[in-house]
Each structure stands twice: as C-alpha cells, then as structure tokens.
Design a protein around this ligand. Sequence first.
Ligand code: PEP
Ligand code: MG
Length: 571
Amino acid sequence: MSKLIGIAASSGIAIAKAYRLVEPDLTVEKKEIEDSAAEVLRFQDALNKAKAELEKIRDRAGKELGQDKAAIFEAHLLVLSDPELIAPIEDKVKTEKVNAEYALKETSDMFVSMFEQMDNEYMQERAADIRDVTKRVISHLLGVQIPNPSMVTEEVIVVAEDLTPSDTAQLNRTYVKGFTTDIGGRTSHSAIMARSMEIPAVVGTKAATSEISNGDLVIVDGLTGEVHINPSAELVEKYQKISSDFEAQKAEWAKLVNEPTVSADGHHVELAANIGTPKDLKGVKENGGEGIGLYRTEFLYMDRDQLPTEEEQFTAYKAILEGMEGKPVVVRTLDIGGDKELPYLNLPKEMNPFLGFRAIRLCLEEQDIFRTQLRALLRASIHGNLKIMFPMIATLVEFREAKAILEEEKQLLINEGIAVSKDIELGIMVEIPSTAVMAEQFAKEVDFFSIGTNDLIQYTMAADRMNERVSYLYQPYSPAILRLVKMVIEAAHKEGKWAGMCGEMAGDETAIPILLGLGLDEFSMSATSILKARSLIRHLNKAEMGQLAESVLSLSTTEEVIEAVNSAIKL
Ligand code: PEP
Ligand code: MG
C-alpha cells in the first residue's frame, strides 16, 4: 500500500485496477544469428501475432468507433501482407545473418524515409502506417506489449506519463473510471477535458508510471489529489463512503438546475459552460448552464488527418447554436498550439510552443484556415445567439486585422445572397498580460472580454501550465492576477461592455467571491462546476464581496488572500 500526491484535476472518486498507457521500450539492437531459417520463422510468427491483434482491434473499432477508424487498421493489415516490405526483410535476415527485429527496423526505416520525401499526401500516410506496423511487430519480437485502451473490457484507471487532449478524447467512458498521470497541471487540456467528461483525475503525480503496475488496485481521489496504490480494505471502504457522500452533495446541488444565479442581495450573474464538442451540450443542460462561455473549436480540428471542411464546421456550429435555443454561445476561433497539436499541419517544432506560433498568430498567417472557419461561423450565426471571440490577442493591431478579415468574409457572404445575423458580438480573450494592461484601449473596440486565466496566470507568473514542478506558481488569487482582472472588468464597464471569465479560475470556490465583488458579469466553467458555483453565489452578498475584493487587492501574497476570503465566507 502506498500513496502519491498530485494535482486534483477532475473531482470524484474512482476505484479500479490500473491500466498502464505507457509506450514500451522498443529499442532494437543488431545481433548476429546462426540459424537464419529459424530467425525467419520467428519473424513470421511475430507477423502472424501482429495480424491477429490488428484484426481484433479493427473489428472492435468498427463496432465502437465507426468504419473510418476501422479503416486505419485495415490499412495496417495490408502493409503486413505486402511482399514488397516483407520479402526484403526476410532476405536481409538470410543474407546478412542479422536478427529479425534489426532487419525489420532497417528495412522499414528505408521505406519510411523514401515515402516521407515524396510530395504526396497518400505516400506520407503510408509512411505513418509502416511506422506503426513496425512498432507492433517489433513488440512481438521483443515480447513486450503495446497498450491499447480501445481493447479494454473491464473498469480501469488509466495510468500514463501524460495524456494528450486527443488521447483523452478517445478514452472509453464505459470502462475508464479515472486517470492519473506523471505530468500536467490543473489547466492542461487533458485535465480540462476530464472535467467535462466527468472522469475523476489526478495529474502531475511525478511517479504514477514508475510506482503503479498493470492490475494494481488504485484509488484516484480527484477531490484532494491523492492516489492510493493497493489500498487496504479499510481504506477502500472509507473511499466508498466519501464517494457516496460526494454523490449526495451533487444531488443537493442538482436542485438548482433551473434556478437563476442571483446573489443573496439580488445581483444576477451568468453562469455559462466551457465545451469542446457539440456532444458536451448534454452536460451543459443537465448542469443548468445559462449559455456557452467558451467553445474550444480546436477539438473539431483534432483526431483527424486533415482540416475540417466549411460544411463540417457549419454543421457543428449550427448544432450548438440551435441546441442552446437562443442562449448566448461564445465561439472561440481556432486556438491551436501549446499542448494542442495538429500533426497534419506539419508545423516546425518550436522551443517554446506556448509562446510560439499559435492561435490568432497562426490564423492571421494561414488565412485560408481562418477564413473557412469564419465563413462557417457567419453562416451558422442565424441559428442562434452567436458571439465570436479571438484567442491570444496581444495587440490591438492583431484584433483589427482579425476583425477586418471577418468583415470581408461577411461582406462576401452577403454579396452571395447568404444570410448572416446582424447582431454578432465580437470579443477577445484576455490571456496575455499586455492585453490586460491595455484593456481600456481594447474596450473601445471590442464588444466583450473573456478573461482566460489559464494562460493569463501562466504568462504573468512565467510558469508553464503543463509543468507540475512550477504548478505552485499557478496562483489565481495572487494580488498580481486579481489586479489585472480588476483592470479588465473596470475597463469593460467604463465603455458599457461586459466582461466574462472562461479560465478555470471562474469556477474556483475561493476566487468566486472576489470575482463577484469585482463585478464580473459572466462566469464560464466546466459544466460540472456550475451547480456548485450557483449554490455558492446564492449565499453571497455582492455588496459585501465588493468590500472583500477591495481589501484583498491591497494584500501582499496569495496566502493572505486565501486567509481573508476564508475568514469572510463562512458557509
Ligand atoms: C485560458 O487560457 O484561460 C483559456 C480558457 O483557454 P485555454 O485553456 O483553452 O488555453
Ligand atoms: Mg488560453
């Protein structure tokens, strides 16, 4: 029995056996062999095992994920039966008297680099297929297993070094009860997605993959950030009780689903939801979301091998706007980069992706991508209450350029006789300190602000949001952050505009009283945090919170702010 401490990334308790999602070491060494006929047989045996495995995965994918995912594995099977790849490997074993894994790796590397150099998308995809298939056959030759979560048939807790947002999206909610990772922070995108999928998660434990073996019983405590490995029966029982208490608390909050979000002294604020796909709408409704405060459209672009078409995007945007039945829907234009990659764009690797060519910077340069998205949004605008928001705006010039492109596309559509709503508000994310500092100037030109504290904190404190070693600097209640937030809200109000927040801070229990006091108009958060936030706000007095906010702004440290909030709010 042992325990790890990480960052509580998604609330709830999960108790299940561990499933390690860790790439095994597939390093291949060159060895001389004597019996090349036996070595060829060993190779064929590994080949057959890989084929059998792929057939199973293909069938399962076909049933559960759809034929297009199954087609990927069908392509892999074809590679394994291709004599143009297989024969040279067997020849190499025979003529050079080398081990099968070495012959396979050398031969496939040669084909991969040949295909990759061709200026042909089809050939480049074949290169990727060969690389994948080679790994699978090598794993059989080395006697190690490549994990495959889509083959899981019992309840598990996924243990990984890290999960990319696209790994997270593929987790099967029926079987994956929780996850824990070595790295990552509360605002890494896998953590954000875990919250919207309601999967308890603890990230940034530093040691999950080194301490947890396949099949260990694991408790993931997404409320405190603890992970217990092979716990005692007493501890399991204690956690079953914590879990049922948590469910009972959620049932209490659920009573507020159709209630307005009004403070004890009658001040109304809007509680909206952050979503990543149209599928998240169900959770928004179940949790009483009063709008969508952030639709992260980049997820539409992920887990695929080419850009989504205008039509595909139009369908997604229309579905969300119609689904929200006239309630506000803030759609953020593509924010790719940082921890969200699009491999098919073939962008060069950067030293500091969070400070690099991402979001609006990429959109202003790759205008085809941007214009397609804007057209889809403009066309969908007549189906609901659309607000468009640009991410990562650092200067007014960027905002003006992006706005001019939007206006051009609008005009083109109107000229084509296509209807576009006349009331689309246009806002920006405030997530770069320069923009917060210049909020007064921005407020004259934008319709609204949405404060993206996940990045605003990362950039203000110079602390990578993915790096658990500096996660202590993720300090939403730092007076430095609070002062920036105040500047943004005041600047908006001075120009008669509204200010929202869609970073994780908006759903944070300690931050909410201060934000209410500062006059934040809209709080957008993971849908699962909405009811808890509503319950809290209904107990708070806005005027008193105004005084609290004023007083914490002059404090010196985060710790002092937490203490002041805790002593002011006794629930
Ligand atoms: C933010 O930065 O606060 C935000 C909401 O955007 P994202 O988390 O997608 O970077
Ligand atoms: Mg951001």
